[in-house]
Write a protein that binds this ligand. Structure first.
Ligand code: FES
Length: 102
């Protein structure tokens, strides 16, 4: 069942700059890239460091703590020391507002 929650306005998201939000008790990092907004759990699966403090590349985010990387689209772990992926959430943009299905 869908549970769409308003997260922020699209204008608040700067290209490639992670934006942390808490929605319905989930810590989530939003990432705007090209025409898409990605939403991932804001916890690295290695040692729980906030991914929102990481660096965004073309298709991934790199955890600032020890360099693990995760796919923006799927949350899949792309580089050790993390091996488990992070949860991802579906997003949609309505009239300049970003919604996340939590
Ligand atoms: S906590 Fe993210 S790589 Fe270690």
């Amino acid at each position: 069942m869908s549970n769409w929650i308003e997260a922020c306005s699209l204008d608040q998201l700067k290209e490639g700059l992670p934006y942390p939000v808490t929605l319905d008790d989930y810590d989530i990092v939003l990432i705007r890239q090209d025409d898409s907004v990605y939403a991932l759990a804001d916890n690295c699966t290695h040692q729980d460091f906030p991914l929102s403090q990481g660096k965004v590349g073309p298709d991934r985010i790199t955890c600032r703590a020890h360099g693990a990387q995760f796919c923006l689209k799927t949350g899949k772990a792309l580089k050790a020391p993390a091996f488990a992926g992070v949860k991802t959430f579906t997003t949609r943009i309505d009239d300049g507002i970003v919604f996340v299905d939590v």
